[in-house]
Structure formats: C-alpha cells, structure tokens
Write a protein that binds this ligand. Structure first.
Ligand code: ZN
Length: 99
C-alpha cells in the first residue's frame, strides 16, 4: 500500500485518522470576447501562422499547464486548518515568492 504523508508537516496519514485531500484547479480565465468590425476585416493568417510556430516550439505539457492545472495533496487535520485559515485570511496572496 502506498504511504500517505501530509504535504504540510510530513506526518503519516495512513493510521486511520481523518485526513483531507486538497484539490486546487487553476484555470485560465478569459474576458468575454467582443468581435469588432476591425476584427472581421483583418486577415488573421499571419497571426495564426505565428501562433502555430510558437506552439510547435513549446512543450505540450507546458502549453496545457498554461490553460489548466490541477494540484492535489493530502493534509492532516492541523495542516488542513492552517491551510484553510491562510487562504481565508489571504496570507498566501501576500506571502513572499519562493520561486
Ligand atoms: Zn500536517
């Protein structure tokens, strides 16, 4: 059986205690597109050609991650509460960038 560990503190989660699965979906959001008269009059062939060239250069996984990414991890009860509090308080969004 695969060992399950808490992503937050690393403790074992396979002892029968309640634990949590966190799932985060990051989906690209687009504003509603408005098509103008200029768009209809424009020849998009050069734009499409450049986009196809760009896509050929990029890794397909990288491209799909740009549009949709799902992160999933296990958390113990304490880390789940800490994670939820940090999200609720917006601490994640004001934290230091670790990248
Ligand atoms: Zn934990």
């Amino acid at each position: 059986m695969k060992e399950i560990r808490c992503r937050g503190c690393g403790c074992h989660l396979d002892g029968g205690d309640v634990h949590y699965k966190a799932r985060v979906d990051l989906c690209a959001a687009y504003d509603r597109m408005e098509i103008t008269r200029e768009d209809l009059d424009r020849d998009p062939s050069e734009e499409i050609r450049q986009l196809l060239m760009k896509m050929a250069d990029e890794d397909s996984q990288e491209l799909s991650d740009e549009v949709f990414m799902r992160l999933a991890f296990d958390l113990c009860k304490q880390c789940k509460e800490r994670f939820a509090k940090q999200l609720e308080r917006g601490e994640f969004f004001s934290g230091e960038d670790e990248v």
